[in-house]
Design a protein around this ligand. Structure first.
Ligand SMILES: [Zn+2]
Length: 233
């Protein structure tokens, strides 16, 4: 059985059980840390993020230090999730990660082995590299101008890139278009129900020793979150 610095001695079987469950049954995700973006204090209206900020794109947070982690979908009791994801609330799920990953509030998880549909609308800007979509494209489904489909021969894109490039003359500057495409699902940590949870183990120690437990996180699809603090969901 795998042991590490979090599991020395006779740690509760319960702790080992969750630990192994996450390692063996978890899914791969890219974890990025979130920090508030400093554009908020440079803006004339302080505390409002700058919509043109290249770091946070007006979200007020930006993400850095990507690392690969294993997380397991779990239910409220911390056991393997049996109910379909989404029953909790639209686009919300609970995941458990082992304690060496100090995942924080507002951090971002991208599930690299899954995909989901995502739709957005944009105004054509005629950018040289192509129009910049919100997420890297995994697969393009359709591009529309109102209810008129723009044939796929009229634009190009690359898997893993955010740019959608239209052939010349397809759209006029300022014209709207909608895109439906497949992305790697992106979630934000919205709650850490047991932030201070750990367990004290006495066995083979003169004094109680504190062991951090695998930690549970409530996550929500980023596109279903409010963009700024205080905005309603
Ligand atoms: Zn910013």
């Amino acid at each position: 059985m795998a042991t590490n610095k979090f599991m020395r001695g006779r740690v509760d079987l319960y702790v080992k059980e969750i630990y192994n469950f996450v390692e063996q049954r978890g899914v791969l995700a890219i974890w990025e840390k979130a920090t508030l973006c400093s554009c908020q204090v440079e803006n004339e209206r302080e505390t409002m993020p700058d919509y043109n900020c290249p770091a946070c794109h007006g979200k007020g947070y930006f993400y850095f230090d990507p690392q690969q982690v294993n997380v397991a979908f779990t239910n409220v009791a911390g056991q393997k999730e049996q109910t379909p994801i989404g029953l909790l609330d639209v686009g919300t799920a609970l995941v458990t990660a082992n304690p060496e990953y100090k995942i924080g509030f507002r951090d971002r998880l991208t599930f690299i082995d899954s995909e989901t549909s995502y739709s957005e609308v944009r105004r054509y800007e005629g950018r040289i590299g192509g129009e910049l979509l919100n997420y890297p494209i995994h697969e393009m489904i359709a591009v529309y101008k109102r209810n008129i489909e723009i044939p796929s021969s009229e634009y190009t894109w690359e898997a893993g890139k955010r740019e959608l490039k239209f052939n010349e003359g397809v759209l006029n500057y300022g014209e709207g278009f909608s895109v439906l495409y497949r992305i790697r699902p992106v979630y934000i940590v919205i709650d850490i129900p047991h932030e201070l949870r750990g367990t004290y183990v006495k066995f083979q120690h003169k004094v109680d020793t504190y062991y951090p437990l695998p930690r549970q996180y409530m996550i929500k699809r980023e596109d279903l979150l409010p963009y700024s603090r205080g905005q309603l969901l």
